[in-house]
Structure formats: structure tokens, C-alpha cells
Write a new protein. Structure first.
Lengths: 446, 418
């Protein structure tokens, strides 16, 4: 190498090459900052889009009415016998609600140009008649009286107050007319129509394609809860036992190396493959029922196990060997030193890992699609039933319900799906928050 | 016998074993526990486990045999036997429990080392739990292999692996070539990686080399939040936000497409999902590069970025490659984002290169087709359903290869500086 020619110029003044190098330094640093900025912007847009679309799912437009419940129509026999009254279908209750709304319009003197009499009843959700019927059947004494009820408005009216429907789009829509929107505005001005908080979104079951306004998450939350119980009860003990063996007892040989690689690989197997496994083994082979929470729970258990094993092993490894040596020194067996001393000290770490594993399992969708949890379920599943056994009744789950709603035609279901994601994220936030708290509170540095 | 009844009986047997063995040991020692080789509780524990574990193992084996016999001729003798004797499995389980209990009781003597014996049983339990992981992998492979074999009996494997048309039809005459699906999968994954790898890597470099304590304390968890968000959320984001945005601002003005779901939609959103994955893995790897290498470079007058580009990154390269491979495996196996963001139509391999590489065209992937062939009413004899298992096996093999390769690279590299 030839020596560099002696440098000309002043040290106090940067030459072209130094300037170039410094500029390149600045560019590089800006790239790094930009990458982080991009990540954060993506996060903000993602959350903003979900929150923006979903918060309105927690409010629902309702109409308050005074409904006359004529005994002649609802209980022709006059015996107030619930079994007799069950023969009266929602087709009878619907017109009563429509009549009540027409009466209310007449009383308030609302006059909307171009409004057909038939249009008035369509302001009310089809679900409302069923709800009114349920109310009458649980309290037959109401028949013959005039009661004040608050019923769901139809999905399009609800959409009008949430910005999905405008008078222009209503003119093109066969399900709603601009006149109906004007009527809704007039009712709102009278205070008969409002959009309050909607607790039914969290407790009601799913509803059919035509009734987005009535759809709720009750069954889905219950199904997810059942699956989490199965995962917790199975994955925690099995995962901890497996980690104890691998970390404390397993000899270091080729066989245990295979197990280690295998666990690391299982943690990275695509989740959909676990769905195929569940379909083939638990449903086709073992004969368990499709869309049952027990099957979903078993599949999620297998998925969560590697996560729990990896974090449990880390927690066990973090306990210093001096603890084990001390236990062995006073005469404990290897097994006693692990179960009496190491395991309690590792417990906070294990618990943290388990909660994070559960949070992952709660949000998992793909495998559940394959084992039939995407089915339309309106009945709340019982935790135990004689014919289906433990957690054997058909159910759905929170993330699958979200997917289900995205596949429906009515855009009102997109709002529901975003709202359901807010619920899901809230659960995840709480779980991760607890995990972080546990880590901060109980973590020991040795 | 109902399962609840059976489990209660087995538990009762174990409890009875505990009480009897403990009492027997104490009785043999004349009521003085000091004359026993182990504490009295260990005699009980040993007997209880000796009843419980054989009973549960036999019960599980009998139930599995029940199911195998229902499918295979070889084990037909078992179903004949089970039909003749009511509650065969339950009685066998209880019998095994009783045998184990009897054995443990017969060995209960004052000088019997009950603690060692009971710890041996616990060890059996621990090993059993550890083998669940192996069994899972085995079950995955076997379950897909069996159905794939029966698929290849109905449909030639050459046409599956090399077919360029995907058009399943439950009335027959399906073309089930995997190539269009693989193309869609790889194309979407490629776009995701092209987005995620530079962003993730630069974020990791900035966080580990430049960022101060406070910046790191805020930005690192914030980026990792992205990793905790379920994929269905990303899917919905692709469907209602990114898809329409790309369609209205890019695809339609350029005349390249009219659909909200496209390769670019799915790829971009998947890229966002992968950022924390790449960045946290690379962060660990960059932090593992010894400080002495950096100090040496600074001493020679290199700037920080020169040090990173010419010293730190080359040293960390194997680990970064491992991280990218893991991210690729993630991208290939991802389901919900592509189900909601990429569309359902398979790539058209016969309509020119233009449509094949157009990133604004809707395309489908292996995972999407597994979902669509296995949901709804399915007939497990039709090749159109069974093809999903062959797709699943292909997916499993690809991701397995990537994962193992990445693991080997990362492991090897980690040893280098330790």
C-alpha cells in the first residue's frame, strides 16, 4: 500500500471527504429514526382505524314507545297460560309495535312528506318483536295493559346516526328511504329516539344477516372463556412438568436435543397446521364434536405449550444453582429441591409466561376456523351437559366471531367486527398488564 | 360407566391406596415413624401414584384402541371383545389401578425406600409430559400424511405438484395444481419481507446503537405491541382500511386493478406484522456482538454508521439471516391476513406475465385454500377436501425446513462469541 499523500488544509475546517462521511452518518441515523417512526405510525394508524370504526358499536339507536298489548290478540283463550301464549308468534307482535309508532307520530303531530304508512313500521328492528314477545311471555300480567318499551331501531336508522347512511345513499337503498330518515330526525327531536350505550353488544348472542343491530358477543365471549379454562388447566401443568424434566433432569444427549429442536420448531409451526391436526385427530379420529369449546381448547393447548415451556425453562434457569445446592446440602432429594425450592422461586416467571401464552391463544383464529367454530350459534353453550359432556356444546369464539362478521354483506357488521376487536384488545391489554405487573412486582434479581 | 363415575372410582382407589399404605407402614414400624426408611407420607404417595398412573395409561390406551379399531381391520378383534364385555375399558383401567396398588402395598415394608420409589413415579409423569411435544409433532405429521396418501390415490401427485391450474369443483373434474397457490404465497411473503426486513433492521440498529435510555424505554415496547396484536386485527385492518385505500389511490388511477383485496394489501399489512418480529430478533443479535469489535473500529477513526455497516452487521449477519428466515416462515404460514386481504382467486398462470406479477391483482395462498377447502360442509372422501391435507403437509415441510435452518444458523452463531 502506498502511504496517503500528506493532508493539506486546516484541521479546523472539514474537508470534502469528512463532510461526505458525516453526511452519510446523518443519513444513516435518519434512516433508523425513520424506521422506528414508520413502525409507530403503523401502530397508531392501525389502532386509530379500529377505534374509529368500532367505538360506535357500543352505542345503539333505540326508540321509546307506548305499546298497547290487547288481550284479544296475544292471549285469545284469556287464561294467561304461557304455553298457550307461546302459540302467538312474533308476526303478531310486529304490527303492534308499528301501530304504537304510528300512534306516537300522530300524537306528536309529526308530518313527513312522502312517507308511506308501511315505511313507519320498518323503522323498528325485526328483532324488537321477538324481544317484546319474550318480555310478555316472562310476565303474562302485562297483557291487556299499555306498556312503555324501548326497542331497537333498524340497522339503517342506526347507521344514519353513526354516519354510514346519508339521505343521498338512502335514496338508492331499497331498505330505507330519505323520508324515513326525516321521520327518525323528527322522533329524535321529540326525544323518542336516542343512541345510548348498548350493554347488549357484550351479552347478546349473534344475530342473523338481516339484523346487525341485534348482534352481540355473548356467546363468543363465553366460548372463548371456556377455551381459556381448558388451556389453563391443561397447558400449565403439562408445560411446567415438561420444562422441569427438560431443565432439571434430562440427560444431555441426542434424544433430548431432538426434543429441544422439536419444541423450538413447534413454536414456529403455522397455526393453521394445528387446526388441521385438531380436525384430523380430535374430530375425525377421537370423535369429539365439531365447534365444541373442548376441541378448540385442546388445539390451543397444543399451540400454547411451546410458549409456556420456553418461558418456564427461562424462569427455572434464572434460579441460581446455589439454591439447589443448599437444598441438596441439607439432605433434600433432587426432586425435593426442585419442587420445594426452585419451583416456588420460578413461579412468578412461569405465571407471566403462562398469561402471555393465554393472551396469544385468545387471539388465535385460523385453527378454530377448521374445527368448525365459525358456525352460527345463538344458544349460550352450557359448561356441562349430560349428552355433550364437559364444554361440549357448540359455541363460537371472540376472534372467529370477528371473522364471521367480516364475511357478512351488511356494512353494519364491519362496525360490529371493529367493536368486537376493541373488546378483544381490551382483554389482551388486561392480561398483558397483569403479566407486566407480576413481573415488576415479583421479579428477583439474584 | 360414565366418565365422571370412572374418574371418581380411580381417584377413590388412589386415595384408598394412600391411606392404607401410610397406615400399613406406620403399623409395621409399631407406630414409630423413626423406624421407617422414608416419611410415612411417601409410602402413601407411592401407593397412590402406583394406582393412578397405570389406571390412566390403560384407560387412554383402551380409548385410543377403540378409535383405531373403528377404522382399521387389523384391530377388529378389539371391537369384538369390547362388544362382548360391557365397560371393558373401564374395568381394565380399574384392574390396572388395583394391580399397581396391590404391588405397591406388597412392597410396603419398614425398610422400603418409599421416597425413591414415589419419585420414580413422578419422574414417569414428568417424562410423559415432556413427550407431549414429540407426540404433537408426530400427530401433525401422521394425520396429514394419512390423508395426503389417500388424496394421492385419487389424484396424481405429479399433477398436484406441477399443475399450473387451481380450480376445484366438487362435482368432479377439478384441477388441483399447487403452483398458482405457491406463487401467491411466495409473492405476498416477498412483499412483506421487502417491507419488514429493512424497517425492522433499521429500527433494531437505531434502538441498540443510537437510542438513549428513554427513547429505548418508550419505542421498544411500543413496537413490540405490534407483535401482541392478533392477526385477525391485522386482517380487518387490511380489509376495511388498507385495501380500499390502495384501490382508490393506486389501483384505479393506474388502471391496474379494481379489487380492494390484492397482493400489495396483504403484503404491506403482513409487513407491519413482521416489523417487531425482525426488530426484536435482530436487536438481540446486534446486542450480542462484543463491544470490543466496535471499540476497535472507533479507534481506527470510523464513524458510528461505518462501524455498524462494516463491523457490527457483518459480525451479526448469520443471526440476521436466521431472523429473516424465521420471519419468512411466519409470513408463509400466516392465514388471517391473507384470508381477509389477499382475495380468493388463484393466480392465473396462463394469462401472461403481466397479470402474474401485478401487485394490485387479487391472489390467493396455500393457507387461504386450506381454510376454504376445510370449512363448511365437507366430504372427507372427495379429493377436493383431501387436497387441503396435502397443502397442509407442503406448508408444514416448507416452514419446518426454514425453521430448522434458522435455528441451526442462530445456534451456531450464538456459540461464536460465548
Amino acid at each position: 500500500m502506498t502511504p496517503a499523500p500528506p493532508r493539506k488544509g486546516s484541521l479546523l475546517e472539514r474537508d470534502a471527504r469528512t463532510r461526505r462521511r458525516n453526511a452519510s452518518e446523518a443519513r444513516f441515523q435518519a434512516c433508523g429514526l425513520g424506521a422506528i417512526g414508520l413502525g409507530l405510525v403503523a401502530l397508531v394508524i392501525l389502532l386509530g382505524s379500529i377505534l374509529g370504526n368500532g367505538t360506535s358499536a357500543f352505542r345503539q339507536t333505540r326508540i321509546t314507545l307506548d305499546v298497547a298489548l290487547p288481550a284479544a290478540k296475544l292471549d285469545p283463550k284469556g287464561a294467561r297460560d304461557v304455553d298457550q301464549m307461546k302459540k302467538v308468534t312474533t308476526l303478531t307482535y310486529g304490527p303492534l309495535l308499528a301501530q304504537a309508532l304510528r300512534d306516537r307520530i300522530a300524537r306528536d303531530g309529526i308530518d313527513v312528506a312522502g312517507l308511506k304508512p308501511k315505511d313507519v313500521g320498518d323503522l323498528i328492528s325485526r328483532e324488537a318483536a321477538a324481544q317484546l314477545r319474550d318480555r310478555v311471555l316472562t310476565d303474562p300480567a302485562l297483557v291487556g295493559q299499555t306498556v312503555s318499551v324501548t326497542v331497537l331501531a333498524s340497522g339503517r336508522i342506526d347507521g344514519y346516526y353513526k354516519g354510514r347512511v346519508s339521505p343521498e345513499s338512502a335514496a338508492l337503498d331499497s331498505n330505507i328511504s330519505p323520508a324515513q330518515l326525516q321521520l327518525a330526525d323528527a322522533l329524535k327531536a321529540q326525544g323518542d329516539l336516542s343512541t345510548p350505550f348498548n350493554p347488549d353488544f357484550l351479552t347478546a348472542p349473534d344475530a342473523s344477516d338481516q339484523r346487525p343491530e341485534a348482534a352481540g358477543l355473548g356467546v363468543a365471549i363465553l366460548g372463548s372463556l371456556y377455551m381459556m379454562i381448558v388451556v389453563l388447566v391443561l397447558a400449565l401443568p403439562i408445560g411446567v412438568a415438561a420444562s422441569i424434566w427438560l431443565e432439571e433432569f434430562a440427560p444431555k444427549n441426542r434424544w433430548t436435543d431432538v426434543i429441544e429442536v422439536n419444541i423450538a420448531n413447534l413454536a414456529a409451526v403455522p397455526s393453521i397446521v394445528f387446526g388441521i391436526l385438531g380436525l384430523a385427530i380430535f374430530i375425525n379420529f377421537a370423535g369429539l364434536r365439531a365447534s365444541a369449546p373442548i376441541v378448540g381448547g385442546l388445539v390451543l393447548t397444543l399451540m400454547t405449550l411451546p410458549t409456556i415451556i420456553i418461558s418456564t425453562r427461562a424462569a427455572l434457569k434464572a434460579v441460581p444453582p446455589s439454591i439447589r445446592d443448599a437444598a441438596l446440602g441439607v439432605g433434600a432429594s433432587k426432586m425435593q429441591s426442585v419442587f420445594h425450592h426452585v419451583l416456588p422461586l420460578a413461579a412468578p416467571g412461569i405465571l407471566t409466561g403462562t398469561i402471555i401464552g393465554l393472551a396469544q391463544a385468545l387471539g388465535e383464529t385460523a385453527p378454530l376456523l377448521l374445527i368448525g367454530m365459525v358456525a352460527f350459534v345463538r344458544e349460550y353453550p352450557a359448561a356441562w351437559s349430560p349428552e355433550n359432556g364437559l364444554f361440549g356444546e357448540p359455541s363460537t369464539a371472540l376472534p372467529v366471531q370477528i371473522f364471521n362478521w367480516t364475511q357478512r354483506a351488511d356494512p353494519a357488521f364491519f362496525e360490529r367486527a371493529s367493536g368486537a376487536i376493541i373488546v378483544l384488545l381490551a382483554f389482551l391489554l388486561v392480561m398483558n398488564g397483569v403479566a407486566i405487573y407480576l413481573r415488576r412486582r415479583f421479579e428477583r434479581r439474584w | 360407566m360414565s366418565p365422571v363415575m370412572l374418574l371418581t372410582l380411580i381417584a377413590g382407589l388412589a386415595l384408598a391406596g394412600y391411606v392404607t399404605a401410610k397406615a400399613r407402614a406406620l403399623g409395621l414400624a409399631g407406630g414409630d415413624a423413626r423406624r421407617l426408611a422414608s416419611l410415612p407420607g411417601f409410602y402413601g404417595q407411592n401407593a397412590a401414584l402406583a394406582a393412578l398412573i397405570p389406571a390412566l395409561v390403560v384407560l387412554g390406551a383402551a380409548m385410543a384402541l377403540d378409535r383405531i379399531a373403528a377404522r382399521s381391520e387389523v384391530f377388529a378383534w378389539w371391537s369384538g371383545l369390547a362388544d362382548d364385555i360391557p365397560d371393558l375399558a373401564s374395568w381394565m383401567a380399574l384392574g390396572a389401578g388395583a394391580l399397581g396398588l396391590g404391588w405397591a402395598l406388597s412392597r410396603t415394608r419398614a425398610d422400603y425406600r418409599a421416597r425413591v420409589a414415589s419419585e420414580r413415579w413422578i419422574m414417569v409423569l414428568l417424562i410423559g409430559c415432556a413427550s407431549v411435544a414429540i407426540l404433537t409433532t408426530l400427530a401433525i405429521v401422521l394425520s396429514m400424511l394419512f390423508e395426503t396418501v389417500s388424496f394421492f390415490r385419487q389424484y396424481p401427485w405429479t399433477e398436484f405438484l406441477f399443475g399450473t391450474v387451481w380450480s376445484p369443483d366438487f362435482r368432479g373434474n377439478s384441477a388441483l395444481g399447487i403452483l398458482p397457490l405457491l406463487w401467491g404465497t411466495l409473492y405476498i411473503s416477498l412483499i412483506a419481507l421487502v417491507f419488514a426486513v429493512p424497517v425492522g433492521l433499521f429500527a433494531a440498529i437505531y434502538l441498540s446503537e443510537y437510542a438513549g435510555r428513554r427513547m429505548r424505554g418508550i419505542a421498544k415496547p411500543a413496537i413490540e405491541v405490534l407483535a401482541g396484536i392478533p392477526t385477525i386485527v391485522y386482517g380487518l385492518f387490511a380489509l376495511i382500511t388498507v385495501g380500499p385505500l390502495l384501490r382508490d389511490w393506486l389501483a384505479q388511477p393506474l388502471g391496474l386493478g379494481t379489487s380492494g383485496s390484492s397482493v400489495l394489501t396483504a403484503g404491506l399489512v403482513m409487513g407491519i406484522m413482521l416489523i417487531p418480529f425482525v426488530s426484536s430478533l435482530s436487536d438481540d443479535i446486534i446486542n450480542a456482538v462484543p463491544q470490543s469489535l466496535r471499540d476497535g473500529s472507533y479507534a481506527l477513526g470510523a464513524t458510528r454508521s461505518e462501524t455498524i455497516r462494516q463491523v457490527v452487521l457483518p459480525a451479526a449477519l448469520p443471526g440476521v439471516v436466521g431472523a429473516v428466515l424465521l420471519a419468512a416462515s411466519r409470513a408463509i404460514g400466516e392465514t388471517m391476513i391473507v384470508v381477509l386481504g389477499a382475495g380468493a382467486a388463484a393466480a392465473q398462470m396462463h394469462e401472461g406475465l403481466g397479470r402474474l406479477v401485478n401487485p394490485l391483482e387479487a391472489m390467493t395462498t396455500v393457507t387461504v385454500k386450506i381454510v376454504s377447502q376445510l370449512t363448511g360442509d365437507t366430504d372427507f372422501a372427495a379429493p377436493e377436501t383431501l387436497v387441503a391435507f396435502a397443502l397442509g403437509l407442503t406448508l408444514f415441510i416448507i416452514t419446518l425446513a426454514l425453521n430448522v435452518l434458522a435455528l441451526i444458523i442462530v445456534r451456531k452463531y450464538r456459540e461464536q462469541y460465548e
